[in-house]
Design a binder for this molecule. Structure first.
Ligand code: HEM
Length: 396
């Protein structure tokens, strides 16, 4: 029996395979005053429009005209220039020749430990992998990595400030600043020092080349920590949960070639996007095809809604169907990595590391998901968080 002949659950319009939908329905919300857009075509037109500025979390405090602003908040020509400059760290060649080695080596080390212990916490494993891969791309390779993962985790307190009582928020901001300085002193500064002596092929070397001050390099590193490490940690656990829960899907993944495994992962990400909302502000009146927007208007593209817009993704939009994208001639992850000029540069990296890790995990002898994850919500990142899932296997 080939992978595609394996029995699959029947499609029907009432099937809903999303695990995060109920929690997201309670918790996803747009910034105050934003017009929410759930239509895929309009959402994509907004994200591709040159008349929009980034208005995502934290952008109020950022000046997109400041040349040392993090890439996430830049716009226009400066943003284009930066994206062109960093594109070389994310090409398929860079992935297959450099990053793949880190993915495979880290996966081997993590799973050797799972084999020795007979068990492991999925979110801890996926976080260690995501940190190792992003650290290599950024150039955070001159300090102890498991210590750095903890220091980065501590700086993420900043993502929980939204909705806190002002007094607690003030205290939390101070604590976050202390953690950020610790991350700077132990991890970022040594990386900068060694790259000032000798440049490498990574983001920090590029920022030094561009004359970035140390503080701006720290902020860029923290941007990558949230954008690349935290997102991937959650996605790997979510993808594993789907595969362990569905025998036919797991069998197809295990038997599939690289392209089929990627199709499965992208379809899971379509249904369970880690980022839920992308905000943009219109700089002028614009006609965007399906609709028009007014200058100054704040728009919130609802990724979760766009990804299940049946006009674009086809019938039974809530059902997990790995053949959907090829049938619809669409990009498998649909809007989960954004679109337009800010589209995630790390998309292929994230999918590749998830694939490498899960392929190896599912090959462990007698592997099973002993405990499913607890799902909570992070308002600051507008994202689900999956904690406490445990995998077991027979001990080596
Ligand atoms: C499953 C994992 C990931 C998801 C779901 C994800 C999602 C996204 C999304 C939706 C955006 C667009 C934000 C916007 O338009 O406002 C974005 C941007 C970004 N992502 Fe990812 N990402 C992932 C992994 C990664 C990885 C592994 C890296 C790097 C190592 C990375 C680096 C970035 C950066 C630097 C940006 C900002 C780009 C810009 O503003 O021009 N991401 N990501």
């Amino acid at each position: 029996m080939t992978a595609t002949e394996l029995p699959a659950r029947p499609m029907d319009s009432t099937r809903d395979d999303r695990k995060s939908a109920a929690l997201a329905a309670q918790r996803v919300h747009a910034d105050a005053g934003a017009r929410v857009v759930g239509n895929f075509q309009l959402g994509r037109a907004i994200l591709r429009s040159a008349q929009m500025r980034q208005a995502g979390a934290g952008s109020d405090g950022m000046n997109p005209d400041d040349e040392f602003c993090p890439v996430f908040f830049l716009d226009g020509d400066t943003h284009r220039g930066r994206r062109t400059a960093i594109a070389r760290f994310f090409t398929p060649k860079a992935i297959s020749s450099r990053h793949r080695l880190v993915m495979e080596r880290t996966t081997d080390e993590l799973l050797a430990q799972v084999r020795a212990d007979g068990r492991g916490r999925l979110d801890e494993l996926s976080y260690k992998l995501a940190v190792a891969v992003a650290a290599e791309i950024v150039g955070l390779t001159d300090s102890d990595q498991s210590g750095m993962a903890k220091r980065i985790q501590a700086t993420l307190l900043g993502t929980r400030l939204r909705g806190m009582h002002p007094v607690i928020r003030f205290g939390a901001q101070a604590v976050t600043a202390v953690h950020a300085m610790r991350f700077f002193g132990r991890d970022v500064r040594p990386a900068i020092r060694s790259r000032r002596e000798q440049r490498r092929e990574d983001v920090i070397s590029h920022l030094i080349e561009e004359g970035y001050p140390d503080k701006a390099i720290l902020i860029e590193c923290m941007t990558y920590a949230v954008a690349g490490m935290v997102t991937t940690r959650e996605f790997i656990v979510m993808a594993a949960w789907h595969l362990f829960d569905d025998d036919a899907l797991r069998a197809r993944f295990a038997a599939g070639d690289e392209a089929d495994q990627i199709a499965i992962l992208e379809e899971i990400l379509r249904l369970e996007p880690v980022a839920a909302m992308l905000h943009r502000r219109a700089t002028e009146d614009a006609d965007l095809g399906p609709d028009s927007v007014k200058a100054g208007e704040l728009l919130a593209v609802n990724i979760r809604a766009a990804n299940v817009d049946s006009e674009t993704v086809g019938a039974c939009p809530h059902a997990l169907d790995p053949d959907r994208a090829s049938r619809q001639k669409g990009v498998g992850s649909y809007m989960s990595f954004g679109d337009g000029s800010h589209r995630c540069p790390g998309a292929q990296v994230a999918i590749a590391e998830t694939r490498v890790f899960l392929d190896a995990l599912l090959r462990l002898p007698d592997v099973r998901l002993e405990r499913t994850p607890d799902m909570t919500w992070c308002d600051g990142l507008m994202s689900y968080e999956l904690r406490g899932a445990v995998v077991t296997c027979s001990r080596a």
